[in-house]
Write a protein that binds this ligand. Structure first.
Ligand SMILES: [Zn+2]
Ligand SMILES: [Zn+2]
Length: 358
């Protein structure tokens, strides 16, 4: 099968024939139909999170089950599924607490990648998925069934951007109806935090971005107010909130200035939710008096605190009732050969979601 292999940090992807193993016990093979480009793919491909090469990235995917390993139940061949990077055992301390994104079990796939290149060398299964490829082998916990009427390119977005953005609002922060919510950074995650805030019935949803077109888009997804990131955002947020600041601020971008700004925009007793993950070595500069004295809460949200088995059906329910826009998130489609163009779009910050279709 063909895959986009990263052989050099920051370099172009190499489209190659790659051998993929049969699914082992508890694993499934999926024929990938679509895989969106997430910022985490870029961060890895640029080497900012380290990791061995060669590697195949791509972790926001959908396709059809083509092969079932021993002991896999509840899935059948040909069934459409979303493929995520959340690999969980259901049995460890974290899984039993309902926090599968922190699952502590080491799986066979963690010890040996199912991928080899034409020379027989192991290729890293990037982000536990490696879905910039025609096929993946993943643990069955990483997939969730999809309804036949949901197009697979739109469904791929559920795997990361949607559950991360919407999940940060509904699961991690549990935003209450009537809240004032600020979302900084309207990319593939931030736009979904905006939709999540609308689903949570936030009264005021303020989108902040440097790109005017993205602010326009944010309105379509539920933003009630928009602010240019180059304006005095702190002043504008105070003006919109009776001088107090926001109830909830979501930092969708993993950059120290944005994460610090998220805390600064909160009202007393407000909550900053840090969603975007920065590169290795990032430190934050926060006001040590303000945190306790203003009763601020700072929450990290990994993958929207998602539980795949529950959140994916819930998101599909929101989609089928017209509350969650999916097709509208796709800003461009590319073939696997065009993956460098897709990466360039994401790098320029133009794209909501660029999707690779196989
Ligand atoms: Zn992602
Ligand atoms: Zn576990």
């Amino acid at each position: 099968m063909r895959a986009a292999v990263c052989r050099e940090a920051g370099g172009p992807m190499s489209i190659e024939q790659v051998e993929i193993a049969a699914p082992g016990p508890g694993e499934v093979k999926v024929d990938i139909a679509a895989c969106a480009v997430c910022h985490s793919d870029l961060t890895f491909a640029d080497g900012a999170w380290g990791g061995a090469l060669p590697a195949v990235y791509g972790h926001e995917a959908a396709g059809r089950v083509s092969e079932l390993g021993d002991g896999v139940e509840g899935l059948s061949r040909g069934e459409p599924v979303v493929v995520t990077l959340v690999r969980s055992c259901g049995k460890c301390w974290y899984c039993r607490r309902g926090e599968p994104v922190f699952c502590s079990t080491t799986f066979a796939l963690d010890e040996a990648s199912p991928l080899r290149d034409a020379s027989g060398e192991r290729v890293v299964q990037g982000l536990r998925t490696a879905a910039f490829a025609e096929q993946v082998v993943v643990h069955a916990s990483q997939v969730a069934p999809l309804p036949a009427e949901l197009p697979l390119d739109a469904a791929s977005l559920l795997a990361c951007g949607v559950i991360t953005g919407v999940g940060a609002v509904l699961n991690t922060a549990r935003v209450e109806p009537g809240s004032t919510v600020v979302v900084i950074g309207i990319g593939g995650v931030g736009i979904n935090a905006v939709q999540g805030a609308r689903i949570a019935r936030a009264e005021r949803i303020v989108a902040v971005d440097l790109v005017p077109e993205k602010l326009e888009l944010a309105r379509r997804f539920g933003a009630t107010d928009t602010l240019s990131g180059s304006s005095d955002v702190a002043l504008a947020v105070r003006e919109l909130t009776g001088g107090r600041g926001a109830d909830y601020v979501f930092a969708s971008v993993g950059a120290a200035p944005v994460m610090e700004q998220a805390v600064a925009l909160c009202r007393r007793g407000g909550t900053a939710v840090l969603v975007g993950i920065p590169g290795n070595g990032t430190r934050l500069d926060l006001d040590g008096i303000a945190l306790p004295n203003d009763g601020l809460r700072v929450l990290g949200s990994k993958m929207g605190s998602a539980r795949i088995g529950e959140d994916i059906p819930r998101m599909i329910g929101h989609w089928s009732r017209g509350e969650l826009l999916l097709e509208e998130l796709i800003s461009s489609r590319h073939r696997l050969e065009g993956i460098d163009d897709a990466f360039a779009e994401v790098r320029r910050g133009e794209a909501l979601r660029s999707v690779i279709v196989m």
